[in-house]
Design a protein around this ligand. Structure first.
Ligand SMILES: *[C@@H]1O[C@H](CO)[C@@H](O)[C@H](O)[C@H]1NC(C)=O
Ligand SMILES: *[C@@H]1O[C@H](CO)[C@@H](O)[C@H](O)[C@H]1NC(C)=O
Ligand SMILES: *[C@@H]1O[C@H](CO)[C@@H](O)[C@H](O)[C@H]1NC(C)=O
Ligand SMILES: *[C@@H]1O[C@H](CO)[C@@H](O)[C@H](O)[C@H]1NC(C)=O
Ligand SMILES: *[C@@H]1O[C@H](CO)[C@@H](O)[C@H](O)[C@H]1NC(C)=O
Length: 467
């Protein structure tokens, strides 16, 4: 991406801040009278599945202290960034869809499969489009979370092996790069192989199963999935989940498999309340939510891009040149949403401006501390019990998207991460040319993917109760 020269940079910044100053003043006036966002169930076929932070189970199972949890979190985040940036630099090729991004993830969805039902916990990945879980008999399987045994198709009366000869059937679709087809003349199982950027490979056969929610209501009697008997390589980042649900559009993406590919929502719980969230299928929100456009043509890159206009701080748009939010259509630049990234990443120069304004607008009584683990804007909040109050010590931050004028309010808890011993750091950091909105900034938010209207809708809420 071409960076603007210093002169035009300043002119653009002044122009942007001037325009947005006028613009944002009128907006905050109108939104002040909005009632809390309401949600309604529009489909009788709607399904709700529980969702939780993967960290919760790590914490209870291994009895990790808070600081180690933060370090593990930041290490995961670093690995994710390396994987995302290594892939966005390569241009898409025919092999691209088999080499999907990564399978790391922050959130797990719980569901029942088979008869008798077995509970699976599967990682959400919005950058890949294949759905699989570990299967017995394992050639190589990683260790799974203790309460859940590895799924064994021989134990389930409802498992069905997919036949490789049904070449053009949707279940063994040979046009899909993940499908390898028949093993041999005598073995008619439909074979698949999916490789991730991290070096992880899952291999096995395609099968179908019944899928139910926790009221034992069937969601589908025939979910096509990869029954993974060889799952190996990479850094085993997801060893505390049974497999992956891919939410990027594709033949074997989860929304497509359960026939609700055009609308699904996640309510992401907060990192500190240890709360439960939800995955909603076939349930849409009302129009009162903040709605943002997805750039449909970017679909070939396996990432959800957003039309983004900038960041507001205390009511005015900080002067980050709009070039930083645009993509060249080849996978460089732009703004993506990625639930498996934790810390929000801005391009280096954009981050420098953001940090500068954030510090300038922070109350001078807040002690500043040195950075840690790639987070370079840190404070000692010991004794400042009211730091979460909006506009008290820290500036009020809002994200401004295209397509609707109302910006998305970001709370202090969505901006700042507790590092332990009173130390708190801005959960925003410099990254590559692509801006990534991560899970920290999306916590306590309902995010709806409305693909038929190319919209992403946000609704700040606690997720304590399903609606
Ligand atoms: C979603 O709705 C569609 C159309 O009404 C229906 O065919 C499908 O089975 C529903 N999916 C789920 C998971 O409820
Ligand atoms: C499958 O059945 C065997 C034998 O009945 C049992 O030991 C095992 O726990 C079962 N596994 C699962 C995943 O249900
Ligand atoms: C769910 O599907 C299974 C297997 O097809 C069937 O035995 C069961 O009755 C179904 N349950 C409901 C509530 O439809
Ligand atoms: C949803 O899936 C159907 C059938 O697989 C497909 O025709 C349609 O284009 C998909 N919609 C979106 C928004 O991906
Ligand atoms: C923050 O300040 C308190 C006292 O005000 C001190 O005890 C604590 O060690 C400080 N934390 C850090 C990380 O410096």
């Amino acid at each position: 991406m071409q960076r603007p020269a210093a002169n035009s940079f300043t002119i653009i910044s002044m122009f942007v801040s001037f325009v947005s100053l006028i613009f944002s003043t009128s907006i905050s006036f109108t939104t002040a009278f909005d009632s809390p966002y309401k949600l309604s169930k529009i489909s009788t076929n709607g399904v709700v599945l529980p969702l939780h932070l993967r960290e919760n189970s790590m914490k209870s199972r291994f009895n990790i202290d808070d600081h180690s949890l933060v370090l593990a979190r930041l290490a995961r985040d670093k690995a994710r960034l390396q994987q995302l940036t290594s892939s966005s630099s390569s241009s898409p090729s025919s092999a691209y869809s088999t080499i999907v991004k990564v399978f790391s993830g922050e959130y797990v969805v719980l569901m029942n499969v088979g008869d008798p039902p077995l509970q699976l916990d599967l990682l959400i990945d919005t950058t890949s489009s294949f759905t699989w879980w570990q299967c017995q008999p394992c050639e190589i399987c990683y260790k799974q979370p203790l309460p859940n045994p590895i799924y064994d198709p021989r134990n389930s009366s409802t498992f069905r092996q997919v036949d490789c000869r049904a070449q053009y059937s949707s279940e063994c679709d040979h046009t899909q790069p993940v499908i390898e087809g028949c093993y041999s003349r005598s073995d008619m199982r439909c074979r698949y192989r999916n490789t991730y950027e991290s070096g992880f490979i899952t291999e096995g056969t395609m099968g179908t199963e019944i899928l139910a929610d926790f009221y034992h209501q069937n969601i589908t009697n025939s979910l096509t999935f990869g029954c993974g008997t060889k799952n190996v390589g990479g850094t085993h980042e997801f060893a505390d989940a049974s497999g992956i649900l891919g939410f990027f559009p594709g033949r074997y993406s989860f929304p497509n498999l359960v026939h609700c590919n055009s609308s699904f929502s996640f309510c992401f719980p907060g990192y500190y309340d240890g709360g439960k969230g939800q995955l909603y299928l076939n349930i849409t929100t009302t129009t009162r939510v903040v709605a943002r456009l997805l750039l449909g043509y970017m679909k070939s890159f396996g990432l959800y891009y957003l039309a983004f206009n900038g960041i507001e701080m205390d009511g005015f748009t900080i002067p980050i040149p709009p070039e930083f939010w645009q993509t060249d259509g080849k996978g460089n630049g732009g703004v993506i949403i990625d639930m498996a990234t934790i810390i929000t990443k801005l391009p280096e120069k954009a981050y420098a401006i953001f940090k500068d304004y954030f510090l300038k607008s922070t109350d001078k009584s807040v002690p500043v501390l040195p950075g840690e683990e790639g987070l370079d804007t840190c404070f000692n909040l010991t004794g400042l019990s009211d730091w979460k109050m909006q506009g008290h010590y820290f500036p009020e931050v809002k994200l401004v998207f295209q397509s609707r004028p109302d910006p998305l309010d970001i709370s202090n808890e969505q901006m700042i991460m507790d590092m332990g011993n009173g130390k708190h750091c801005l959960a925003v950091a410099p990254g590559g040319p692509t801006t990534i909105l991560g899970s920290w900034i999306l916590q306590r938010t309902l995010v709806e993917f409305d693909l038929s209207n190319a919209l992403l809708k946000f609704d700040p809420r606690s997720c304590d109760l399903p609606f």
